[in-house]
Design a protein around this ligand. Structure first.
Ligand SMILES: Nc1ncnc2c1ncn2[C@@H]1O[C@H](COP(=O)(O)OP(=O)(O)OP(=O)(O)O)[C@@H](O)[C@H]1O
Length: 334
């Protein structure tokens, strides 16, 4: 991958939550790239740090969170590289990037849509902030966006309010809002969790189309390895704040190396294997983030756990872009 293909570069990012003098190291030194025109799947169980990592990229972290170490560099086509780290948090730059160059869609569209404004007004607001379009042009663009997201009768729908839309249409409207200024990066945080399967498939199709037609880079956050298989080009597997495995989807699916990735894959049905296939849930549960085991965080649940797992190994390369942090795969001391 060429340097010019990298849109976002996350380096050694550590994000901590401070609460009642206790510290939750939610993201623990993660590094990865999001490449132009590719979908990066971020997969892992609830609480592993997927959303916090995404919020750090958008610089929309909750109040108790702090970027403790590391940096995020956004390679803007218009403004060149923009680096965000603990010391450098230029609100003005981030405000101009959000919406215009990077946008995010959430699990529950109602958290992002304002119930008292029409859908058209909310899409138009983004255009008003970032473009010189007049009111008529903004209305026309909002109608076009709704149409391109597959919303029927967009001329009428644009005047309606979120409560008049179904769940799937709200999610489509949120994608329309996010795509209003043609951002280069779309972060989709579990965008279909609240939707039924047929609507889920339609939303995924829409996201896929965005990558192809608008060349958007997509960071797709999910706890579902099946979704990653369907949609992503590259994948990072997170567990308790660490990236434990990474690679192209093909590399990771063909030869999953980390016991956690293997367990995730064993817990999803495989097409063509027949209805008698046995799905293995991952035994145990994630540790208390305020009282973590030393070393590899997966060790207490791992069948291959060994004395050396009380320290965390460095990532080892398995060829190509495939990397893993596990002693079993030849991990080296950090
Ligand atoms: N607003 C917050 N205040 C305190 N701790 C938080 C907050 N948001 C997240 N955390 C903590 O940060 C860690 C990572 O959470 P995060 O939301 O990134 O997980 P996730 O992988 O996205 O999970 P989910 O799939 O459930 O959204 C967790 O230990 C969580 O408890």
């Amino acid at each position: 991958m060429d340097q010019k293909d990298i849109l976002v570069q996350v380096k050694d990012l550590e994000v901590y939550f401070y609460n009642n003098q206790r510290c939750n190291k939610a993201v623990r030194g993660v590094s990865f790239d999001i490449c132009r025109k590719r979908t990066l799947g971020v997969v892992g169980e609830s609480g592993c740090g997927k959303s916090v990592t995404a919020s750090a990229i958008m610089r929309l972290l909750p109040q108790l969170a702090r970027i403790e170490k590391g940096s995020i560099t956004y390679n803007s086509e218009e403004n060149g590289p923009i680096r965000v780290d603990r010391l450098e948090a230029n609100g003005r730059i981030m405000r101009s990037l959000r919406g215009q160059e990077m946008a995010m869609i959430f699990q529950d569209p109602m958290t992002a849509l304002n119930p008292v404004y029409s859908i058209g007004f909310q899409i138009g607001e983004n255009l008003q902030y970032h473009t010189a379009m007049n009111k008529k042009e903004r209305r026309e663009k909002s109608v076009d966006l709704l149409r391109s997201m597959g919303i029927p009768a967009p001329e009428q729908r644009v005047r309606e309010y979120p409560h008049q839309f179904s769940g799937g249409m709200r999610q489509r409207s949120m994608i329309a809002m996010a795509m209003a200024c043609d951002p280069q990066l779309l972060i989709a945080d579990e965008p279909t969790t609240a939707l039924d399967v047929t609507i889920q498939a339609q939303i995924f199709e829409l996201i896929e189309k965005l990558k192809e037609t608008r060349e958007t880079a997509i960071m797709l956050i999910t706890h579902d390895m099946g979704v990653v298989t369907e949609l992503a080009d590259d994948v990072i597997v997170m567990y308790m704040g660490n990236i434990v495995e990474r690679g192209t989807v093909e590399e990771v699916l063909r030869t999953p190396a980390h016991p956690y990735t293997q367990a995730l894959l064993e817990s999803i049905p495989i097409l063509g294997k027949g209805k008698n296939q046995v799905l293995e849930p991952i035994k145990g549960s994630t540790p208390d983030p305020f009282n973590r085991p030393p070393g590899c965080q997966f060790a207490p649940r791992c069948d291959y756990c060994h004395e050396r797992c009380s320290s965390m190994p460095e990532e080892v390369s398995l060829g190509g872009t495939h990397g893993v942090r596990c002693w079993k795969s030849g991990g080296k001391p950090v």
